[in-house]
Design a protein. Sequence first.
Lengths: 237, 116
Amino acid sequence: MSRLKKILAVVPAFNEEGSIAGVVKELRQIAPPPDVLVVNDGSTDQTEQEARSVPCAVVTLPINLGIGGAVQTGFKYAAYHDYDIAVQVDGDGQHIASEIPVLLKKMETSRADVVIGSRFIEKKGYTTSWIRRMGVAVFTGVNSLVLGQKITDNTSGFRAYNRRAIAFLSENYPQDYPEPESVILLGINGFQLEEVSVQMREREHGQSSISAARSVYYMVKVLLAIFVDLFKVRICH
Amino acid sequence: MDRVQIVSVLLVALLLGAIFQLIRKNRLLEQYSLLWILSAGILLIMSLWRDLLHKISALAGIYYPPSALFLLAILCGIMIALHFSVVISKLTKQNHTLAQEMAILKQELQEIKKKG
C-alpha cells in the first residue's frame, strides 16, 4: 500500500459550545485518528474554549463569515498544511464519525474527487417537513439536469475531498448556502462526484441553519446562484 | 443664459468643487473619483451647450429638454451605484481572504509559541 494518507477533519462551528467538544472527541476515536480542525466562525459563546479543551487545532475567524467562509478556511488550512484528504463534518453532532471510513473507502475505490455522504440513497425515513422534501427533490432535479448525474443529497455537509478538490475549493467556494451550489460548481468544472449511503443523527443542540419557514427563500436563492454559475467564466485548474 | 441654465451650471460647479476638494484632502481615491468627474463633466457640457441638449432631446423624442438633463443625471447616478457595487464585492472578497489567512497564521503562531 502507498504511504498513509494525511487526513484532516474540518469542523465549522458557529456558537456550538454544547456539542463541539463531543464532536471532536468522537472524531478522534476513529482508527487511525485523523487530525481535527475546528473553524470557529466568530462565535459569541464558549465554542473556542470548548474546542481548545480537546485535542484539535482551532482556527478562530476574527469576524463571522458564514458557513461558506468557514468551510473554505478549512480548505485553505488543508492546502497550506499539505493534507491529502479533507472531510467536512458539522459542528452540531449531526454527523456520525464512524461513517467517515465509509466516505474514505468510496473515495479510494471510485477514483472520485469528492464523496458525499447521503441520507437519501436508502430510504430510512428521516423526519423532515414536506417543504424540505420538496427542496431536496428540486435540487436533485436541477443538479441531475445540469450534470447528468443524480445526486440525492445536495444539502449534505458530510463530504470527503481529495487534494485536487481542496486546491480548487480553497480558491472558489460559495458563501451563503454552499452545499448545493458547490455540487454544481465542482461538476461543471470537471470534478468527479460520488455519493455513498450514510446514517445521520437528529440534531442534538442548536437548530439547523435552515428553518422550515426560510426554506423557500433558501431554495430560490440557491437556485439563482446555481443559474448564475452556469454563465460564469469557467475557472481553469 | 436663462434661469434654469444658471441653476444647473451652479449645481454642477458645486459638485465638481466638492469632488476636487475631497481628492485634495485625500478623502477620495482618484480611481473612485473618475466616474464622478466624468458624470459632472457631462452634465456641465449639457447645461452650457443648449443646442446639443436640444438636439439630443429631439433625437430621443423628449419634448422638454431639461428632462433629458434629468435623465442623464439619473443614468450617471445608476452608473456610479453599479460601480460601487462592484467595488464593494471586491472589498468583501478581499476582506474574507484576509480574515481567513490571518486566522490560519494566528493558529500557526500559537502552535509555534507553545512549542518554543
